[in-house]
Design a protein around this ligand. Structure first.
Ligand SMILES: Cc1cc2nc3c(=O)[nH]c(=O)nc-3n(C[C@H](O)[C@H](O)[C@H](O)COP(=O)(O)O)c2cc1C
Length: 260
């Protein structure tokens, strides 16, 4: 089984490639969380004998997205053999992922689990929430996707062979500072729908933002955010808007959605 989350499609593409190569079943984390309703009980997954367990998620603020951590907390993975057969995780990031995998493994650890193999792939940037960051140019997007294809072929091989003790991460120069200081602030204060707003003249009321929101945080056309604490700040609403009518704070940035 492969569980994934994705806002702008990078991780979805990577997870789909892994599923194609391994034949493992792909599951979208928001759909899984929805199965239990807001107050839902734990989610129980029964793995087959020897079945691999994979997790794919984007790095958000040098940490795993909140929705991914919530899923791990609520999920139970049962396997006919103990310990679990083979566990791997892949994060996609625009630049570097800091200690995101350490935090992910800490969540897994609470379930008595740990990754046998962990990977990062640098992919096109989707963050428009930091003033010091800009989206990639079309040329850079192309380069990153081409190089990601090669990385992914290698990762599929490693996972296919169930190689253990593999850690191919892109932690960056000062991962502790980014993850726990800057990322700590970001994850505490900026994962919120409070900064989104819509240009009502540009909005064509297509409802795509509400349809794509993984946590059902948007209602109506033009969109209204519910401010109910569910937003995971994946920016799917912002990036997929066909008229770029959705904005985040005062930042003037472009849009990005994965396409090959
Ligand atoms: C809110 C937010 C925070 C992000 N934080 C980071 C980060 O800390 N480090 C990084 O390299 N990329 C960061 N990114 C970029 C994404 O990790 C990267 O673009 C990823 O591939 C997006 O995956 P997706 O298309 O599956 O959503 C961030 C993106 C968003 C939207």
């Amino acid at each position: 089984m492969i569980f994934y989350f994705s806002g702008t499609g990078n991780t979805k593409w990577a997870a789909e490639q892994l599923a194609l190569s391994t034949g493992d079943v792909l599951k979208y984390i928001p759909d899984e969380l929805n199965k239990t309703g807001n107050e839902g009980a734990g989610l129980v997954y029964q793995l087959q004998q020897g079945e691999r367990l994979g997790f794919c998620f984007p790095t958000h603020g040098w940490q795993p997205p909140r929705i991914v951590r919530e899923f791990i907390r609520r999920a139970t993975f049962l396997s006919p053999s103990s310990p679990l057969p083979y566990i791997y995780a892949l994060t996609t990031c625009g630049d570097n992922m800091g200690h995101a995998m350490r935090i992910f493994n800490k969540e897994l650890g609470k379930k008595g689990l740990h990754t046998d193999a962990a990977f990062a792939i640098v992919m096109p940037e989707s963050n428009v929430c930091f003033s010091f960051l800009h989206l990639d140019t079309p040329e850079r997007v192309h380069q990153k996707i081409e190089s990601a294809k090669g990385r992914l072929r290698h990762i599929c091989e490693v996972v296919g062979n169930r190689q253990c003790g593999v850690e191919e991460l892109v932690k960056g120069a000062i991962p502790y500072t980014y993850t726990y200081v800057i990322g700590g602030y970001y994850n505490k204060h900026l994962i919120t729908d409070q900064h989104f707003w819509v240009d009502e003249e540009a909005c064509i009321k297509c409802g795509l933002c509400a349809k794509l929101c993984p946590v059902d945080d948007i209602e109506g056309t033009p969109p209204q955010w519910k401010h109910d604490g569910s937003c995971t700040n994946c920016l799917a609403c912002y990036h997929h808007c066909p008229r770029h009518a959705i904005h985040w704070g005062k930042m003037k940035r472009g849009q990005y959605v994965f396409s090959e």
